[in-house]
Design a protein around this ligand. Structure first.
Ligand code: EPZ
Length: 417
């Protein structure tokens, strides 16, 4: 198993190019299933989750080739409508293929996606919505068998919670359905807007993207197109956190400042300085970093749950005590034990974590628990004294494209072994 060996205490300085967004690439890779002809997706990050999505596409008869950071897909006629349990288990968000396969073929059989390190990952909101669109779903022995006996039709769907995945699945099922679909209390994450922009470029009729009410008029067919995946806002937040913990100064290129709502202002509250143009962020660390009296994760445009662990790594060395509340997932403090092993003073009570800033952290042997928890440990290790050995880094490779190369280019001492 690979590991990162990090010598902490090096100040990060220089330019970093931000990779394409995993959480936009994955639903768009599902969406190509809806299109006749060729789709060319640029700025696709080289991640294990992206490779898993390409394997799912190939397994149902699509031609899928990755050349550098470009994925080319031919989805003229999916030959199968079954996704194997093994492929479903490889990637938690593979449920996103359900809406696309139903939209294109009217049927889909797939394994129930497992839970993950963040806790059970229910899909009740996805299934409730699809049933309202005419999908008959049989669940037996962990397999979902979905058919549309009377065809897929539009519906009015109110989401009890603005679920990102449920909003995306409804979008994917609705663009080729009969009639109009209206989603209220839809999730507003920028990655959903990116998916909607891709679908519109392929010929879909979608209004209200980015708002909590999305209106889709079903069309007869969609045609493949060329599309550039948006920059990854959580990777952007990660690099900012790495600069903050090392007292560094970074210029992030190829970002999308608009999508960083709920992120940049948090770093500014900690005393860091951020100036931005549409695609560049100039960032310098606060010295010292200030504590955040209270911050809670919220659906977009609030502070994103995916940045919680990463910002916690910064607060470990802040001047003062911070309180973080995780309102989205029930088990998203699994990185705390590792940060404490590195010298942090953190106490967890239910969905709240109290972080009393310490003057210095020290290196340790720690294991990544999940994607963003692993990124938090990597961040803390860069700002700690001494050597950290970070194992189970396959979690990090799900969402970060060669992070050791990106960080070494701005002065980090990090090796993949
Ligand atoms: C997406 O997951 C992201 N993944 C997650 O990023 C992100 O943390 C999450 O949205 C929230 O922003 C991708 O886009 C691939 P949800 P998703 O449906 O769609 C509950 C990362 O680190 N819920 O908005 O699964 C659910 O249990 C990953 O990149 C139901 O109860 O998130 C959770 O508590 C981690 N029933 C909450 O809603 C449902 O049917 C948010 O889930 C669906 C969700």
């Amino acid at each position: 198993m690979q590991q990162f060996v990090i010598q902490g205490g090096r100040r990060l300085e220089g330019d970093m190019l931000v990779q394409g967004a995993k959480n936009s690439a994955l639903p768009i890779l599902a969406a190509v299933l809806l299109c006749k002809g060729e789709c060319v997706l640029e700025n696709c990050p080289k991640l294990s989750d992206v490779y898993a999505a390409c394997r799912i596409l190939s397994s149902i008869g699509c031609k899928c080739v990755m050349q550098g950071h470009t994925v080319i897909v031919q989805a003229d006629a999916p030959s199968k409508t079954t996704i194997s349990e093994a492929l479903m288990q490889e990637m938690r968000s593979s449920i996103i293929f359900l809406g696309a396969l139903l939209g294109r073929t009217g049927e889909c059989t797939l394994g129930y996606p497992g839970g993950c390190e963040l806790g059970p990952r229910p899909i009740d909101l996805h299934l409730q919505a699809l049933r309202r669109m005419g999908v008959r779903i049989r669940e037996a022995n962990g397999i979902l068998t979905c058919t549309t006996p009377k065809g897929l039709h539009g519906a009015r769907i109110h989401l009890q919670f603005p679920s990102v995945g449920a909003t995306e699945n409804i979008l994917l099922a609705a663009v080729l359905a009969q009639g109009e679909t209206v989603i209220t209390n839809a999730a507003r994450e920028p990655e959903i807007t990116d998916l909607a922009k891709f679908l519109v470029r392929c010929g879909a009729k979608i209004e209200g993207m980015g708002s909590d009410t999305i209106r889709i008029q079903g069309v007869k067919s969609l045609t493949g197109c060329e599309y550039r995946i948006m920059p990854d806002r959580i990777v952007t937040a990660t690099w900012l956190a790495c600069a903050a913990v090392t007292g560094g100064e970074l210029r992030l290129l190829g970002t999308d400042a608009e999508s960083l709502t709920g992120i940049l202002d948090v770093f500014e509250e900690t005393g860091c300085r951020c100036s931005r143009t549409q695609d560049t962020i100039c960032f310098s660390a606060g010295c010292p970093v200030k504590a955040l009296r209270y911050i809670k994760t919220m659906p977009y445009p609030g502070f994103p749950t995916d940045a919680q662990a990463i910002v916690m790594a910064v607060l470990c060395k802040a001047a003062g005590t911070s309180v973080m509340e995780e309102t989205i997932f029930e088990n998203r403090f699994r990185h705390v034990d590792a940060l404490v092993r590195m010298g942090a003073d953190i106490r967890v009570a239910g969905r709240a974590a109290v972080i009393r800033g310490v003057r210095q952290m020290h290196g340790a042997q720690v294991s990544a628990t999940d994607l963003r928890g692993g990124a938090a440990m990597l961040t803390a290790a860069l700002g700690a004294e001494g050597e950290t050995v970070l194992t189970e880094i396959s979690h990090i490779d799900r969402g970060y494209d060669s992070p050791e190369l990106a960080l070494r280019a701005v002065g980090a001492a990090i090796e993949r072994k």
